[in-house]
Write a protein that binds this ligand. Structure first.
Ligand SMILES: Cc1cc2nc3c(=O)[nH]c(=O)nc-3n(C[C@H](O)[C@H](O)[C@H](O)COP(=O)(O)OP(=O)(O)OC[C@H]3O[C@@H](n4cnc5c(N)ncnc54)[C@H](O)[C@@H]3O)c2cc1C
Length: 348
């Protein structure tokens, strides 16, 4: 038991230690790994032994995210079907080990120390299936299907509704989870059903009217999205393909699509919180374009993007984001909220 009166000192000491660790991690030169960033995993490396799902221990996640930063997954698995997936969940639950679902890693920052748990990726062929039925105006896609393939296929088939998310890097699962979109529209348009798996491995079909879609948010409680279905409007394939190209080019010209990032780092402030200024406008007005820590930088092209040059660390990126949020708060009195999902200790 902690003696009365010492708790504030212990809290202060812990906060100081955390600050020192963050400071050293943030100030590292790109590409240099500090012993402060290394962390032993508690997850048994052979946790999934004997199961059918292919699994490996200590798998680097940086190549599997758009940021290309961060450490390893203690255990990484790519189940081939829902039965294998359910067995993985059961084993993790049995051992009290957390699990994380990875899409295409386009809205994700992984802590430099890695992720102590099971990272599940639904990118086996069974989870990547796409069916585009022009006559029935029906589209069904697995969680692992790539939006870069699905969206032009719907345009080519003369189906209108998904073309509005042209140029957004995502798996179907990640796009539905985040309600990916922008000014032209979002992934929920025309959506009729989402197939999910709960933490016990039970599969359910959620009809559209059972799901609330908000700004970069869904209220789907189940941890795993397995499949989504849309009923789209009929349109002209040539016109839709032209629209796809226009929206794609507009994105490419206004955002640093060639740099490593996770798209917009911060959510736009709620209506009424500003004079209509977006997060990017506030960051720009605060003079933060070009602010950098290590290889991480507020993009000079689009202020709501923090890009990471090769060799950057996640701590670099988080240090830039923290500075941006603090500065915007100080200058405009608006606390920006992260849109990017952060996994692991550096995010807490
Ligand atoms: C250059 C660039 C531009 C971008 N532009 C946009 C934009 O215009 N609009 C926009 O909305 N976003 C944009 N983003 C962000 C990103 O594309 C979206 O958030 C997208 O939805 C992420 O999908 P993902 O498959 O990569 O998910 P991930 O980044 O892998 O994961 C994101 C979250 O979804 C969860 N998740 C992933 N798959 C599943 C699943 N099968 N079941 C349950 N949960 C799951 C993860 O656990 C995590 O919490 C951009 C990103 C980049 C890099």
């Amino acid at each position: 038991m902690v003696p009365f009166g010492t708790a504030p000192f212990i809290k202060a000491a812990l906060e100081t230690a955390a600050f020192v660790r963050r400071f050293f991690c943030a100030c590292l030169r790109p590409g240099v790994t500090s012993p402060l960033m290394l962390k032993a995993f508690h997850t048994p490396p052979d946790l999934l032994r004997g199961l059918a799902a292919p699994a490996k221990a200590n798998v680097p996640l940086a190549p599997r995210t758009w940021y290309r930063t961060g450490g390893s997954a203690a255990v990484y698995t790519q189940p081939e079907n829902p039965d294998q997936l359910a067995a993985v969940l059961a084993r993790a639950h049995e051992h009290g080990v957390p699990f994380y679902v990875l899409g295409s890693g386009a809205n994700l920052l992984v802590a430099d120390a890695g992720v102590d748990g099971v990272v599940i990726r639904l990118d086996a062929p069974g989870f990547r299936k796409m069916a585009v039925d022009a006559e029935a105006r029906r589209v069904v896609a697995g969680a692992g299907a790539d939006l870069f393939k699905l969206v032009p296929a719907t345009a080519k088939a003369g189906l209108d509704g998904l073309v509005q998310v042209a140029g957004i890097p995502a798996s179907v699962g990640g796009a539905v989870r985040m309600n990916a979109g922008g000014a032209p529209g979002d992934i929920s348009r025309g959506l009729t059903r989402v197939r999910v798996m709960d933490g016990r491995g039970d599969v359910n079909d959620l009809p559209r009217d059972a799901i609330c879609f908000g700004y970069r948010h869904t209220d789907i409680a189940a941890p795993l999205i397995l499949e989504a279905e849309w009923r789209l409007d009929a349109g002209d394939p040539r016109g839709l393909t032209a629209l796809y190209k226009t929206l794609y080019a507009r994105k490419r010209d206004s955002q640093p699509m060639g740099d490593k990032s996770a798209g917009c780092c911060f959510r736009n402030p709620p209506p009424g919180a500003t004079d209509g200024a977006t997060a990017g406008m506030l960051i720009d007005r605060a003079g933060l374009k070009g602010f950098r820590v290590g290889g991480a930088e507020v993009s000079p092209l689009h202020a709501n993007f923090v890009t990471a040059a090769p060799g950057s660390t996640t701590a670099n990126v988080l240090a830039v984001m923290d500075h941006v949020a603090d500065t915007v708060d100080r200058v405009f009195g608006v606390r920006l909220q992260r849109e990017v999902v952060v996994w692991g200790a550096d995010g807490t």
